[in-house]
Design a protein around this ligand. Structure first.
Ligand SMILES: Cc1cc2nc3c(=O)[nH]c(=O)nc-3n(C[C@H](O)[C@H](O)[C@H](O)COP(=O)(O)OP(=O)(O)OC[C@H]3O[C@@H](n4cnc5c(N)ncnc54)[C@H](O)[C@@H]3O)c2cc1C
Length: 415
């Protein structure tokens, strides 16, 4: 039987895994990458340590993707999930470890060792890797299935099937410049507008700037567009020159950016004391103030707040810090306590998609068969990775989605 000729466009995690799986099943695979090396973005992941997946169970995993992304990924995860991914690297000599929040990293703490395993596997399976090869167009003129691609230098390469895994639009220097989305759109595929996700947010009031660098642990955030709300779990938030960042904010940001895109007025409320109710906080304030009536308001505020925030709170409450606490008016005390549970920040925007960790939007899920990753419009064309309209939370969810959709696309195309 003649070997199936397959082209994979994009040498990121999705494309490399697709090529490995297809070659393992006996296909003759060519991998085309526009950069001079494979996996440029992969090397940046997890601050260079590569948080390659998460060890949580399937249902929780699916819940960490926005919109319809979770249900869409179910089949891909059934084909190849976190345990299989960890075993894939383990069998090739790279052990993994599980850290807080079930984040999985290579034992080496080096994203480069993840890339080395994938590169060696591509070599072993004799995948033809062409670097500095930018695909300009996919040819689908033959409705029965004859396919090929054209590179920017005019060269044509024929194939029976094509897997498009060219990534999203963030961190352009890594090669993710949106080519894949353009090519899909030229072929008649619906592409949902790409927006930034997992991205820091800009705020209107400038007090975050005054406390830039401060990180708060064990806080909770509520984001709202006036109608809809998202409540974060308890976690970490950081203040920056332009606004807010940190794990909690990144997780909310995909939805917030969508609301901003719809021109909705978005705000967040930060709860600095999620474990305590308003009455509990009031009782504590009264207790502290009556135990030390001679202490200044500033000193009492400091019992509730990191020192950097005391000045901010004095301004927001509108009270002088150097007067004795027994002179604070009940209305000022109640305002202070209300602020502890809900400091409001109006959101003016986000950093650009360039600075986002992932791209939301992409090729519409309606036009991809989730059981195979094949286009519902064009036979013999498959999609994998970030260019599909799925985006997940931080914690290893996006790389697993790239590896799993790549694996399934490779398997289906070779099958
Ligand atoms: C700073 C940062 C840190 C991150 N950390 C994590 C993490 O720890 N855990 C996690 O789960 N996720 C993380 N992510 C997200 C993760 O990196 C992506 O979800 C993942 O890389 C997507 O894989 P992909 O193969 O679909 O796309 P990409 O990795 O973007 O790969 C696409 C490839 O296609 C190539 N290409 C593009 N156009 C063409 C063309 N026309 N012709 C040929 N080749 C082309 C590109 O050069 C690129 O190499 C991080 C992202 C960033 C930016």
């Amino acid at each position: 039987m003649q070997m199936k000729k397959l082209i994979v466009i994009g040498g990121g995690p999705a494309g490399m895994m697709a090529a490995v799986r297809a070659a393992r099943l006996g296909a003759d695979v060519t991998l085309l990458e526009k950069n001079a090396e494979l996996g440029r973005k992969l090397l940046l992941t997890g601050k260079g340590r590569c948080n390659l997946t998460n060890a949580c169970g399937l249902e929780e995993f699916l819940g960490r993707f926005s919109g319809k992304g979770g249900p869409f990924l179910r089949d891909a995860f059934k084909a190849f999930f976190n345990e299989e991914l960890i075993a894939f690297f383990q069998e090739r000599g790279l052990s993994c470890k599980i850290e807080r929040q079930q984040r999985v990293f290579p034992e080496t703490d080096q994203a480069a060792s993840v890339l080395t395993v994938l590169r060696k596997e591509l070599d072993r399976l004799k995948v033809k890797v062409f670097l500095l090869s930018t695909v300009k167009e996919i040819l689908v003129d033959d409705p029965a299935g004859g396919r090929g691609v054209v590179l920017t230098d005019g060269k044509r390469i024929d194939a029976d099937k094509v897997i498009l895994a060219a990534g999203g639009l963030s961190y352009k220097a890594t090669g993710s410049t949106g080519d894949g989305l353009k090519i899909a759109s030229q072929l008649g595929h619906a592409v949902i507008a790409p927006l930034a996700a997992l991205v820091p947010l800009k705020t209107k009031p400038d007090f975050p700037k005054m406390i830039s660098g401060l990180t708060l642990k064990n806080v909770r955030v509520l984001a709202s567009d006036g109608k809809r709300k998202i409540l974060s779990p308890v976690g970490e938030l950081g203040f920056t020159d332009f606004g807010i960042s940190g794990a909690l904010i990144l997780s909310l940001s995909g939805m917030v950016v969508k609301w901003l895109h719809e021109k909705k007025p978005v705000f967040v409320l930060i709860d600095l004391k999620p474990a305590l109710s308003l009455p509990q906080l009031r009782a504590r304030f009264i207790r502290e103030a009556s135990a030390s009536p001679g202490k200044t308001i500033e000193q009492i505020f400091a019992l509730f707040l990191p020192v950097e925030l005391v000045k901010v709170f004095l301004t927001l409450v509108g009270v002088a810090g150097d007067i004795p606490v027994n002179q604070i008016k009940p209305i000022q005390r109640d305002k202070f306590i209300a602020l502890l549970k809900a400091i409001r920040l109006d959101i003016s925007g986000s950093l650009s998609i360039e600075a986002a960790m992932v791209t939301s939007g992409g090729v519409s899920l309606k036009e991809i068969n989730p059981r195979t990753m094949e286009s519902r419009r064009i036979k013999g064309l498959y999609f994998a990775g970030e260019m599909i309209d799925v985006d997940g939370d931080t914690g290893g969810f996006n790389l697993q989605a790239a590896f799993s959709t790549g694996y399934l696309a490779g398997q289906s195309a070779a099958g």
